[in-house]
Design a protein. Sequence first.
Length: 109
Amino acid sequence: MSESRINDLAGLLAEATERHHATYAAGDGFDPEWPLWYAHFLQAQLGDRIGEVPTRSRLVHLLVAAKEAFSAAESPGEPWERFYAAFILDHLSDRTDIHPKAGPEDPSG
């Protein structure tokens, strides 16, 4: 897993955080369904960044699992965005629910 992919996804997670907070700032800021929002945002961006599109349900699972792993870590030693990014990219090696980025259909059928 390359450092540039980790940094790119960490930056995307930071952007998602800013947008999510702006969306929920009008209320109390609490969103118990945050993984759904983040998964939707990430899925729309990942194809261009990593060339593959994980399913939203897989992203929700990975976000929740990353949060649990980060919370359980005694001293992660890195910002949560970078921890989550490395965790997600590491676990995307199970490619059963990842689809190639959509491209033009083959006219030959």
